[in-house]
Write a protein that binds this ligand. Sequence first.
Ligand SMILES: *Cc1c(COP(=O)(O)O)cnc(C)c1O
Length: 228
Amino acid sequence: MTTIQNQLNAVRLRIAAACQGAGRPADSVTLLAVSKTFGAAAIDAAFAAGQHAFGENYIQEAVAKITALRHLPLQWHCIGPIQSNKTRLVAERFDWVHTIDRIKIAQRLSEQRPTHLPPLQVCLQVNVDGGTSKSGVPPEATLALAQAVAALPQLRLRGLMCIPEPAIDFEAACAVFKRARDLFESFNAGGLQLDTLSMGMSADLEAAIASGSTMVRVGSAIFGVRPG
Ligand SMILES: *Cc1c(COP(=O)(O)O)cnc(C)c1O
């Protein structure tokens, strides 16, 4: 087995243990492999070990890999910030977007999503810990954005995503993740039908799963330390 395949298996075991610890079914959490900065060969190795969903941050870099690997049945998730001038590439080439935090970007993605493709699956990025320089919609503005995005024809609103600052310990991480979970549950109680809570990375996936994550985005624990 290659290193990537071993590391992928180790991450799967961590997810399974975290699910068990939380009394949740093992299949209640999806693994998104974050392949930013790694080449098509690394993605190919993960695919050979059964991984189908990949997350990328940089649009141009991602499109090159999506093109190179178009013979494989992969699912591509955009997890980086999106400038207005990149929405067309995202709408045409990705399956999911996790980083919607402005209605203008959502409207452009909906308008530019080719009608022969399924709707773009989207999550709203919520700024759960109020970091000043960070992207993400403030929690109090999230419901209005969710309602507006849910009404766009070529998008399908799936849930919420967050990227909290590293926490000092497990309890502190859970407290922040719980803010996203509470919003998610209140929106569902209010009639939105969300099924995805995208939270947890290499360092904090256990806390995220204990707090209700349904999709963890894991890069370095699978592919190794990123260059730069
Ligand atoms: C890079 C990145 C990840 C993966 O981070 P690791 O710590 O390498 O697991 C997850 N989510 C987002 C939004 C990222 O940019």
